[in-house]
Ligand binder design. Structure first.
Ligand code: ARG
Ligand code: MN
Ligand code: MN
Ligand code: MN
Length: 295
């Protein structure tokens, strides 16, 4: 596989500092040489330039950086499109989950793609339903056409992904208005309860049935989907998450499907991490998704 690594050190989608260090942590953990050892042709596209953040003096006085995120989403979109045109597989390193507004838009230009959102959260808030106002709680809503118009129209105008082509996995922390939106949207969701009851492999099989008519899918992996015991370096940890083994199995099953066309790895905050544990796991999961197997 020809892979392009795209760093997006963007932290405007939420209030904590440090998530902009995610791409550096993943590189220091050896992501690129380890992908090459797996046999891939890997090109590091470097990091997208991000403006220096100027936090307002008083908390709660922010405009949630909508303008900054809109501009960055355009830049992510442009480089994603270029990499796709070259026939390479883009791997986007966040940064917070708002980077997916541009990344997913860029991979869905030429043909419809599936989108698998692995996350403790749904990121399906609109400005009306969001209690925090943080944009990283909104990218899935934006991509399916709801929320700030400038974000919905980032890259090119309009909805980027049809609700039928989206699957969420790992949710256990939803806001009240967000819950209502999920239910009325009819979107496919496998919460932690579903994982406990059905097992991760049965769920992966169902997803592949739903995506049978699609040639490829994009994986958007928020590291807070994992249990905080395994992935402590995230800004919004929620107990009761996906285990180390479940996560690896899910990645291996995605690799086996032969349809993984692009991915995001987001929400690693090295300042909150414990001895780089979260980045180490993230690199291992990327390797599993891209073909590393036990035997
Ligand atoms: N639902 C919460 C919010 O809207 C948390 C979102 C967390 N999102 C994330 N990408 N970690 O603020
Ligand atoms: Mn998320
Ligand atoms: Mn999350
Ligand atoms: Mn606000």
């Amino acid at each position: 596989e020809s892979i392009s690594i795209i760093g997006v050190p963007m932290d405007f989608g939420q209030m904590l500092r440090g998530v902009d260090m995610g791409p550096a942590a993943l590189r220091y953990t050896g992501l690129i040489p380890r992908l090459r050892r797996l046999g891939h042709d890997v090109k590091d596209e470097g990091d997208i330039p991000i403006p220096v953040r100027d936090d307002p003096a008083m908390e709660g006085m922010t405009d949630h950086y909508v303008k900054e995120i809109t501009r960055i989403s355009h830049d992510v979109y442009k480089i994603g499109c270029r990499v796709m045109d070259q026939g390479r597989m883009p791997v986007f390193l966040g940064g917070d989950h708002a980077i997916a507004i541009g990344s997913v838009a860029s991979v869905a230009v030429k043909e419809p793609v599936g989108l698998i959102w692995v996350d403790a959260h749904a990121d399906f808030n609109t400005p009306r339903t969001s209690p925090s106002g943080n944009i990283h709680g909104m990218p899935l809503a934006v991509l399916t056409g709801a929320g700030y118009p400038c974000l919905v129209d980032a890259g090119h105008p309009g909805t980027k992904i049809s609700l039928d082509n989206v699957v969420m996995i790992g949710q256990r922390d939803l806001d009240p208005g967000e819950k209502k939106r999920i239910k009325s949207s009819g979107i496919t969701i496998f919460t932690m309860r579903d994982i406990d009851e059905q097992g991760i492999s049965a769920i992966a099989a169902q997803i592949m049935v739903q995506f049978a008519c699609l040639k490829r899918f994009h994986l958007s992996l928020d590291m807070d989907a994992l249990d905080p015991i395994e992935a402590p370096g995230v800004g919004t940890p929620v107990p009761g998450g996906i285990s180390y083994r479940e996560a690896h199995l899910l990645m291996e099953l995605f690799a086996d499907s032969g349809k993984l066309g692009s991915m995001d790895l987001v929400e690693i905050n090295p300042i909150l991490d414990v001895a780089n544990k979260t980045s180490k796991l993230a690199v291992e999961l990327i390797l599993s998704a891209l073909g590393k197997s036990i035997l």
